[in-house]
Design a protein around this ligand. Structure first.
Ligand SMILES: Cc1cc2nc3c(=O)[nH]c(=O)nc-3n(C[C@H](O)[C@H](O)[C@H](O)COP(=O)(O)OP(=O)(O)OC[C@H]3O[C@@H](n4cnc5c(N)ncnc54)[C@H](O)[C@@H]3O)c2cc1C
Ligand code: SF4
Ligand code: SF4
Ligand code: SF4
Length: 408
């Protein structure tokens, strides 16, 4: 039995979806940012009429399940199928974080005169959900942005489109899908939902400060951020930050923000008790990285990215069948891919509270040094390792050339 944040006031019981605020009949709830940069509902007791609708509509409470089921295409996942997918369009696949299943899906919806909602960067590289309706806009939504995306008024805009019987694809984290379904509270035939297998979403405040830190370090202005840049192949997770005159590319182990994310210091509190870290999905289609493909399907892996796609409903399966000419695919079993987030949520480090205390009292740079190994020694070690790797590659290439010459 799960309770809502509006009953417990425990931060792990709120994913910030804002369904409660939109459901309140007297507009008594506003969403406000806490010191970690995450949004939570705040009730104005002078306006509140104690109707409990907000609690009933909460997408993380057991009582909210009824609304979610009413909004979903189907509630059973009896017919789910798994696939390994690589988009045929190499350019599109390169821009995506996995195998580029998402742009294939988005393209189909737009060609059917539909709308696609997903996460995009704004002009300050912060992340918000937007709605697109043209093929040219698809790259805005491509690629994983490892920070909590602000939903703004997206649910209301989607509802208006659905009321006009327009085709809509909503993509996002499972809790964002759950929030939408709870808000809608009824089935719309023209709604398609696609969720991600989700590790958790990092704090927008830490991310914002981190971007300012990079700008100060380089005395330059950031133009764009690319998590999961495939510049050194899909198996090596890189972040690239492009500035006016500089370019910064580091692996996740050497980028302090990425490190804090993967070490689980800066996730939203609800992520450590995620209700959606399970095999049963709430969307029509689930999109993820096909981690472990180099072992389970080595013939399929080209180190340019493979998506794991799970069709959860009949609607999802029909859609997959309609667009399958856009990609190469292979049938798979769910255990072919390493997916811890289908079994349990991310584990909270014991010293996460200390991290945020230090952040408030001593600032970001102190935290980067203490919790993300951001120091000169680690940097020198990294550069030596990188240098050795380069020399070994060079020697390997020379050896191959010599062998070729000998044969001649
Ligand atoms: C925060 C986060 C955590 C993830 N954790 C895992 C994981 O643990 N295991 C795993 O296998 N896959 C995870 N993924 C999913 C994976 O990284 C790819 O996004 C997914 O495989 C789709 O890739 P694609 O190549 O098909 O298309 P892409 O073009 O890469 O897909 C982009 C899609 O991701 C959505 N998106 C991007 N950033 C956000 C965001 N901040 N919030 C909501 N939606 C967003 C876009 O709206 C779009 O639908 C995560 C993604 C995100 C954003
Ligand atoms: S109890 Fe009713 S009036 Fe009060 S905040 Fe919740 S929905 Fe609004
Ligand atoms: S409906 Fe969403 S924002 Fe409101 S309390 Fe529940 S999880 Fe939090
Ligand atoms: S881990 Fe769970 S609670 Fe956190 S963003 Fe992902 S789906 Fe939402």
């Amino acid at each position: 039995m799960y309770k809502s944040y509006l009953e417990t006031y425990s931060k792990s019981d709120c994913c910030g979806c804002s369904a409660c605020s939109l459901a309140c009949p007297v507009s008594a709830i506003t969403m406000a940012e806490d010191s970690e940069g995450f949004l939570y509902p705040r009730v104005n007791n002078d306006k509140c009429i104690n109707c409990s609708i907000c609690i009933k509509k909460c997408c993380l409470s057991s009582s909210g399940l009824r609304f979610r089921e009413a909004g979903a295409s189907e509630t059973q996942n009896n017919n789910s199928n798994c696939y390994a997918v690589k988009n045929n369009d190499e350019k599109l696949r390169r821009l995506s974080s996995s195998g580029g299943f998402f742009p294939a899906l988005a393209k189909y919806i737009i060609l059917e005169n539909g709308f696609v909602a997903g996460a995009a960067y704004d002009d300050k590289s912060m992340v918000h959900h937007i709605i697109i309706s043209s093929i040219e806009e698809i790259p805005l939504l491509q690629g994983s942005k490892y920070v909590a995306s602000r939903l703004d008024n997206i649910y209301e805009r989607i509802k208006s489109l659905l009321e006009e019987k327009r085709l809509v694809l909503f993509t996002g984290t499972p809790c964002q899908i759950a929030g939408l379904l709870n808000y809608l509270g009824k089935k719309y035939e023209s709604l398609i939902t696609a969720d991600l297998i989700c590790h958790g979403t990092p704090s927008p405040v830490i991310y914002h400060d981190y971007l300012r830190f990079i700008e100060n370090k380089y005395h330059d202005k950031i133009k764009s951020v690319t998590f999961r840049d495939k510049v050194n192949g899909w198996h090596t997770e890189n972040i690239t930050i492009s500035m006016n005159s500089n370019k910064y590319t580091y692996t996740w182990e050497r980028d302090p923000f990425y490190t804090l994310f993967f070490k689980n210091y800066i996730l939203r509190p609800s992520c450590y008790q995620c209700r959606f870290a399970r095999h049963e999905r709430i969307s029509d289609i689930t999109m993820a990285d096909f981690w472990g493909i180099e072992k389970s399907k080595p013939h399929f892996d080209d180190n340019k990215g493979t998506s794991l796609v799970i069709t959860n409903t009949q609607k999802g399966q029909e859609l997959f069948d309609k667009i399958k000419a856009a990609f190469v695919f292979d049938n798979a079993a769910i255990n072919d891919s390493k997916q811890p987030m289908l079994k349990h949520p991310a584990v909270m480090p014991k010293n996460r509270p200390d991290f945020f205390k230090s952040y408030v009292n001593k600032g970001l740079v102190f935290c980067l040094k203490k919790y993300a190994d951001y120091n000169l020694r680690a940097e020198i070690k990294y550069r030596i390792k990188k240098g050795i790797k380069k020399i070994l590659n060079l020697l390997r290439n020379i050896k191959t050339i010599c062998r070729g010459i000998k044969k001649i």
